[in-house]
Design a protein around this ligand. Structure first.
Ligand code: SF4
Length: 361
């Protein structure tokens, strides 16, 4: 890779200000639990997290995960007017088609996304949600405290500039044992046992705990229930109804469950927290301070070095920022962003206020 000419912070700021339609404006800094502790290239962090430039991803995994989570959230929230799975699926399909039209209009010279594949991914997500409910219904004695709740916590007490912000899938209270559990659902293409292996230092879950406990002192979290479902290898056939497809998926899971329970594609595990609370956890505080520094450093190419260990990921995909990174004249970045189909992430917004809960009896 050719060496890049480093600009001083002032000149890069000037360049960013001169970009059209807010493309050069920075996002409000906020730390997200899933990204703390994951090593990353600082230059990529600047492009992605500080400036919010990204290539719209048409990855199937995103569609599967988003509809799976949404259907479960609607069920757990006990929505008074619960929409049918078909109508949720229909809404997602309409939104997908809107995004594709928008993408084609913005980037007429780039290959169009494969919408058929994405539609099948949506059907798969819906089928997974139904299968999960069938195999792991929430025990009747569990009280639901929160569903898809966004939270924020300032970190001034541990000298970290930006706040930490995140959204928890589900929080439940077990009155029999007076324990509060964070429930985290994941869809995966891999063996659930590998994903479920309880990491002794899972920063994402520890930060969710810090967020929750600071706003709900009467319900301190006891641990995490990890719900993991492996995606089946079967896809919806042409003209197959959602009902028939879900039935085939369900049979696939039943068969796998029975044939070898140790390799089941569905797994639920309970993991109690064993680490100290955030303010006493020196290792986690150190990671947060480091992440906070990357969020607030001056946006200079000199202070955001490159780390070529991250140029190719584990699946062999190249870093999407490679063209920008290799361009030794950043004045040409704007043209690269337009040509390669980049989009600007919208400004973060502060989460809604957390509703008060009753004290458990
Ligand atoms: S191409 Fe490599 S060095 Fe450049 S931003 Fe991406 S990961 Fe970093």
């Amino acid at each position: 890779m050719a060496p890049i000419r480093c600009l001083d912070p002032g000149s890069l700021t000037k360049l960013l200000v001169a970009m059209p339609d807010g493309w050069g404006s920075e996002l409000r800094p906020a730390i997200h639990p899933h990204s703390v502790g994951i090593p990353k290239c600082p230059r990529r962090f600047l492009f992605s997290k500080r400036l919010g430039w990204y290539k719209r991803s048409w990855s199937d995994a995103l569609y599967v995960g988003s509809i799976f989570h949404e259907i479960l959230a609607l069920r757990y929230a006990g929505h008074a007017l619960l929409p049918s799975i078909e109508s949720v699926l229909q809404d997602h399909t309409i939104e997908l088609e809107r995004q594709v039209l928008e993408y084609r209009a913005a980037h007429p010279d780039l290959p169009a996304p494969k919408t058929d594949k994405s539609r099948k991914a949506l059907a798969l997500g819906a089928a997974l949600a139904q299968t999960w409910e069938e195999h792991f219904p929430l025990p009747a004695n569990m009280q639901i405290l929160a569903v898809e709740q966004s939270m924020a916590r300032p970190l001034d007490d541990i000298n970290v500039g930006p706040p930490v912000e995140g959204t928890v899938d589900l929080v439940v209270y077990d009155p029999q044992h007076a324990r509060t559990w964070l429930v985290d659902h994941k869809t995966t293409a891999y063996d659930p046992a590998t994903r479920a292996a309880p990491a002794s230092f899972d920063t994402q879950m520890l930060l969710y705990r810090a967020l929750w406990d600071s706003t709900h002192p009467d319900y301190p979290l006891f641990g995490v229930i990890h719900g993991i479902i492996r995606k089946p290898t079967i896809r919806q056939k042409k003209n197959e109804t959602l009902e028939a497809y879900t039935q085939r998926c369900s049979e696939w899971y039943d068969e796998k469950f029975i044939s070898d329970p140790s390799k089941s594609p569905l797994s639920m595990s309970h993991v109690a927290f064993t680490r100290l609370p955030l303010t006493q956890d020196a290792e986690l505080c150190g990671l947060l301070r480091m992440t906070g520094r990357w969020h607030t450093k001056a946006p200079s190419l000199a202070s955001f070095p490159r780390d070529s260990r991250f140029c190719i990921n584990l699946s062999g995909r190249l870093c999407p920022y490679m063209s920008l990174c290799q361009q030794d004249n950043p004045n040409l970045w704007c043209g690269i962003l337009q040509r390669e189909g980049f989009t600007k992430r919208s400004q973060n917004t502060y989460p809604k206020a957390v509703p008060a809960l009753e004290t458990p009896q």
